[in-house]
Design a protein around this ligand. Sequence first.
Ligand code: LCS
Length: 390
Amino acid sequence: MNLEKAGFFTKAVHAGEKPCPLTGSHATPIYQTSTFVLKRNVEQPPTTEWRTAYIYTRAGNPTHTVLEEKMAILEGGEAALATASGMAAISTVIFTLLKEGDQIISSDTLYGSTYTLFKEIMPKLGVKTVFVDATNPANMKNALTNKTKMIFIETPANPTMDIVDIRAVSEIANESDAKVVVDNTFMTPYYQRPMELGADAVVYSATKYLSGHGDTLGGIVVGSRNFVMEVRRTLALTGGVTNPFNAWLIVRGLKTLALRMDKHSENAMAVAKFLSEHSKVKKVLYPGLPSHPQHELAKKQMRDFGGILAFEIKGGMKEAYTMMEKVKLCRCAVSLGDTATLIEHPATMTHRMIPQEERLQLGITDGLIRLSIGIEDSNDIIVDLDQALK
Ligand code: LCS
C-alpha cells in the first residue's frame, strides 16, 4: 500500500515499520548496540565500499531509522532526524544554520530553556537573537536584516498560548535567505503542519505528545532531505543522539498519537469552559475559546486546539501555590503531553530563568498556572480543579 496516500491513523501505525526479515518479529526490534560489524575484512584499506548502512549508533541505528521514517511521513517532510531531547533538536538545528555574526529572529514567548539558550548561550558563539512579539508578523518583517539566517517560532507558545501566523511569517522569510523553523511540540503533525504553510523545518520535543506517556526524553527535526542530512552530520559531531530504547518508546507512542490528541483536546476544551466561568479565575488562555485573541487564526492553521491551557488565578503567587497544593488527581509537575493531567507554575518552574521584568511583559504573571490536560475523564479533572480552587 502507498502509505503517502493513507490517512494519519494508518500512517501512524504502519509508517517506517515492517516485520523483521530474519525473525518475523512484528514489533520493531530495539537494536541495543553501539557499533555494527563491518562487512569486509578490516585488513583492507578503508573504502566506503565496506561500510554497512550503519556503523556506529551516534551516526545512526535501525531503531532510530524507524522513528525517523515514521515522523517524516506523518509530517509530510522529506526526512527526519531523532535526537536525545527537544533541546538537542533545537540546538543541533542552530549549530547547523548559524555561524558567528549571524542573527536569529525569534518569537518572544518560548519554552524557558529555548529562550535561555538563545539569550545566554548563543551570544557566546557570536550569534545574536532579536526577540519580537510575533503575534504581529510585521514585527518579524521589521527585524529582518541580511544577517538573519533563522526565524524561530513556537506556536502555540509555552505557556501563554500566543499563536503565530506561520504562513505570514514564511512569506516574509521568502524575501530573505532566513530559514523558518517551527517548534510544533504543542500541536504535533496531527493538528498542525508548518511545512504545508511554508516553513522550512519543524522541531519537536518528542518527550511530550509524540511519545505521550511521560516516560522518555526525545526530540525530532523534520525538513528537506538536504537539510536533515546536514543536521544529521552536526548531530553525529556534537553527540546529542537518542538511544534505541527511547526511540522505540516514541515509535510505540506515535501509533496512538491521534487517539490521544483528540481526547486531550476534548478534555482541554471542557476544562477551559469550566475555568472561564469560575469565580476564582481571572482569565483563561486557550486557543479554542472564542475569547482567545487569535481564535480565528487558530481555527485556520490548527485542526484542533490541543491539550494545553493556562489560566490566571485571582490574586497571585500565594493563591496559585495554595491551589496547586490542593489538587489530588492532577500532578504538580513540569513537562506536558502526558496521559495524566499535569499542573505547574511557569513563573517559578518552567520559565523561572526569565528575568522577572521580561517575564511579566510576556504575560507570565505570578498568578499564571499552566495545565497539560491528560486523557482521564474530563469530569474527574474538573471535580479535582474545582475542589482545589475552593
Ligand atoms: N519545546 C517546547 C515547546 C517545550 O515545551 C520543551 C520542553 C522543549 C522544546 C524542550 O524539550 P525537551 O528537551 O525537554 O525534550 N518543555 C517543558 C515544559 O514545559 N516543562 O518541562 C519541559
